[in-house]
Ligand binder design. Sequence first.
Ligand SMILES: *[C@@H]1O[C@H](CO)[C@@H](O)[C@H](O)[C@H]1NC(C)=O
Ligand SMILES: *[C@@H]1O[C@H](CO)[C@@H](O)[C@H](O)[C@H]1NC(C)=O
Ligand SMILES: *[C@@H]1O[C@H](CO)[C@@H](O)[C@H](O)[C@H]1NC(C)=O
Ligand SMILES: *[C@@H]1O[C@H](CO)[C@@H](O)[C@H](O)[C@H]1NC(C)=O
Ligand SMILES: *[C@@H]1O[C@H](CO)[C@@H](O)[C@H](O)[C@H]1NC(C)=O
Ligand SMILES: *[C@@H]1O[C@H](CO)[C@@H](O)[C@H](O)[C@H]1NC(C)=O
Ligand SMILES: *[C@@H]1O[C@H](CO)[C@@H](O)[C@H](O)[C@H]1NC(C)=O
Ligand SMILES: *[C@@H]1O[C@H](CO)[C@@H](O)[C@H](O)[C@H]1NC(C)=O
Ligand SMILES: *[C@@H]1O[C@H](CO)[C@@H](O)[C@H](O)[C@H]1NC(C)=O
Length: 825
Amino acid sequence: MGTSSSIFFLGFSICVSLMILSGTTMAAYLNVGSVKPGFGGTQMDFIDRKGIFLMSNDSNFSVGFITTSSNTTLFLFGIIHAGTQTVVWSANRGSLVSNTDNFSFSDAGDLLLYKGGTVVWSTGTANKGVSSMELQNNGNLVLLGSDGGILWQSFDHPSDTLVSGQKFSKGMKLVGMGLKSQYILQIMSGDMYLSVDYQTPQTYWSMGRDTRRIINKDGNQVSYARLQENSWRFYDNSSSLLWQFVFSNSASNSTWIAVLGQDGTVSFRSLPGQGSGGSISTSDQKIPMDLCSTPEPCDSYWVCHDTSSRCSCLPALKSYQNCSVGFASSPCSSSSKALTTSLVSAGDGIEYFALSFTSPSLDKASIESCKSSCMSNCSCLTMFFQNSTGNCYMFNSVGAFQDSGKGSDYAAYVKVLGNGGAGASPARNGSNSNKHVAIVVVIIVATVIVILILIYVGYRYHKPKDKVPETPEVVSEEDNFLENLSGMPIRFTYKDLQTATDNFSVKLGHGGFGSVYKGVLPDQTRLAVKKLEGIGQGKKEFRAEVCIIGSIHHHHLVRLRGFCAEGSHRLLAYEFMANGSLDRWIFRKNQGEMLNWDTRFNIALGTAKGMAYLHEDCDVKIVHCDIKPENVLLDDSFVAKVSDFGLAKLMTKEQSHVFTTMRGTRGYLAPEWITNYAISEKSDVYSYGMVLLEIIGGRKNFDPSESSEKSHFPSYAFKMMEEGKLRDILDTSLRYDEEDERVTRAIKVALWCIQEDMSLRPPMTRVVQMLEGLCPTPQPPISSPLGGRLYSSFFKSISEEGTSSGPSDCNSDAYLSAMRLSGPR
Ligand SMILES: *[C@@H]1O[C@H](CO)[C@@H](O)[C@H](O)[C@H]1NC(C)=O
Ligand SMILES: *[C@@H]1O[C@H](CO)[C@@H](O)[C@H](O)[C@H]1NC(C)=O
Ligand SMILES: *[C@@H]1O[C@H](CO)[C@@H](O)[C@H](O)[C@H]1NC(C)=O
Ligand SMILES: *[C@@H]1O[C@H](CO)[C@@H](O)[C@H](O)[C@H]1NC(C)=O
Ligand SMILES: *[C@@H]1O[C@H](CO)[C@@H](O)[C@H](O)[C@H]1NC(C)=O
Ligand SMILES: *[C@@H]1O[C@H](CO)[C@@H](O)[C@H](O)[C@H]1NC(C)=O
Ligand SMILES: *[C@@H]1O[C@H](CO)[C@@H](O)[C@H](O)[C@H]1NC(C)=O
Ligand SMILES: *[C@@H]1O[C@H](CO)[C@@H](O)[C@H](O)[C@H]1NC(C)=O
Ligand SMILES: *[C@@H]1O[C@H](CO)[C@@H](O)[C@H](O)[C@H]1NC(C)=O
């Protein structure tokens, strides 16, 4: 429950900060079926729904901002199949938007997507009488007029996917985004074609020539196609079935999609219903049938084979550098006009994917006339001559070639730089060869000099060390001796700790950095051994950090006794704290004795002192980044000690931010973790304020089981302060002296610490002074009154759903993406 409450609070803070930034209308509710004009929002507004704002009636499809795998901070606006998280349509593939960019279903009836304040996509339906936007059960997003007529639908504007039932007609395009090129599927001239968007588009497949096609009626022109049951069906303009392409044996009515992928093939997948437990299955049938018939299964000019070693250099280019023809762009560009080019035979059995879909540039030609026509046309890059027909084909862009597997009727030629002299590298030809030689000589000489310098430096550097030969044991013993002497942490072997913990048998807990085990040293000293997980650092850096952590001694900080860095093992051995962590004492009051006010106050003060030391008195300022009750430990006389300090630094920046925001503890996270302000010790102050509030209230900062007014504790606390009923915030089962000044002081300090504006939060030393009464504690300002008002509606909407979504949402990409992943600074 801890995480879910924290999630809610996170979502809450995001919304609050957004509200303040943009003043948009609150739109956190999930709509089912349809929405009316005047609706809109950003990804962050819908973050508790993973960016989704509208779901189809049967909840199989939803619309919203969808996380992309390429960049978790950028989003698609589109339709997703809920059960499999498959994107079936998107509006903005070319211009992904951030979590602060909004869409708007305007009052005029236009659906608009903004990026940085400018419209990047719209349906263009303003003032056409749109009365609602509806997501149908088949995955079609439609804008309806007041008479129920369709004014716009996503099915008419497919991206790279077609869904069962979707009509794909003449004039529509399905576009697959390859790494270098785009692939286009469309119906033209009575057939369906796949082509690549080269300077002159090149077609590589048509349904009319696919041998797997089943013909129902011949002779008519295809006008539209539709995925139905287990086949793709092609109809003419009077809706009579012409052809079928069967892609699956089972004739069930499950939802199929056809996707034009990055490789230029169309594949067919069936989407199982939500909760059916099935997974996406992909049909064996692909279009085109084999990958070598697509434009770029290999790099340009390479040859594709239907074998396991798919790509090889074109035989004619083997003697050229990098298997390349020598010119980057077309030899037509003015700067390359002066280049000498020649045609060389590409080799035997070489064909090209576009040959059977292209009309010849010359017919009834001879090989000579074909060659000379290519040579005289600077945009001709490759040329094929069909001996049997006399057809001459020329292409001005070149994808990959095909290995025909046997001899070929075609003679293939490619244009290369230079005169094509056998085996000569292009660089050797022409007038600048002398220049090249000079450059090469200079590079070699420079390299030799640098190497000599490095060898010399290395020799000088190592020499003194060589004079003192030592065995490794001697070094490590001396290390240990020094470490013990200076009170530095002891280096344990993995075996030591394994024995001490009885092979890690008694687990004390599991924190963000790894599990903690109880251990006893041979001298009966008790230890808490933390097995670190996911520490992305080498031994040396680890030891450096451990030295820093180990050198920090304070009455209110948990003492590091030793460590182990062996192989991949990274362990830390801390002093043992008999009473465990604070959360055991303040939240589960019904199960055990309750901490009295004095103890609580001393714990709060001790924690503050420990943190003040970390922030101000250490040689290196340490920002803890993960202050929470679980990290405040209590010894046998209930003295509070802060643990886990300095560990955030053991991780890479990115790891630590992900850790803190994801697995860390959201209810305690300062808003700047989300809003991307610099993280500083003031972020710790915020977390401390939350912990202090919990100590005072004896409850979690978000508790959905409380009445709605009280469920978000900080807001409730601010409200009570406003109403002058500060003491209502206190744990109801707590007995305290009415005269005790410390009670109100502590509450005020907590409210100072959790100010949204970090410049208002006091430094920890000041917190200590205020708690001790050494300086006055003024009345705190009301933080985010807006938030106070908003939170109730916001939390109500999530509470209705219960808290079950908590743990899974916790690790979802959508959440991750909400954070800008920068490290602590
Ligand atoms: C993601 O996109 C943002 C905004 O365009 C950019 O600043 C960031 O570098 C991108 N991250 C990655 C990993 O590409
Ligand atoms: C969306 O953003 C644009 C530009 O920033 C703004 O004009 C518009 O009012 C916003 N719409 C909604 C619904 O938030
Ligand atoms: C969704 O269900 C509601 C209520 O049953 C109905 O009025 C509406 O037309 C349905 N919408 C769609 C898209 O099926
Ligand atoms: C269908 O197309 C044919 C030509 O291919 C044309 O003659 C006929 O009028 C069209 N019919 C309809 C209903 O559009
Ligand atoms: C699929 O649905 C169609 C129409 O809804 C129906 O005619 C057909 O029999 C169904 N096929 C199967 C295998 O259920
Ligand atoms: C759609 O949803 C219904 C129930 O909500 C489910 O039974 C059905 O299998 C789903 N269909 C698909 C194709 O996801
Ligand atoms: C050959 O390829 C390497 C690595 O891809 C590249 O750095 C180099 O510039 C290429 N050389 C030429 C002549 O294209
Ligand atoms: C081309 O065709 C002619 C006859 O049409 C034949 O004599 C010749 O051998 C063929 N050349 C090649 C390379 O196939
Ligand atoms: C040169 O070749 C290109 C493509 O092969 C062709 O489109 C163009 O018309 C040709 N130009 C001339 C002058 O023949």
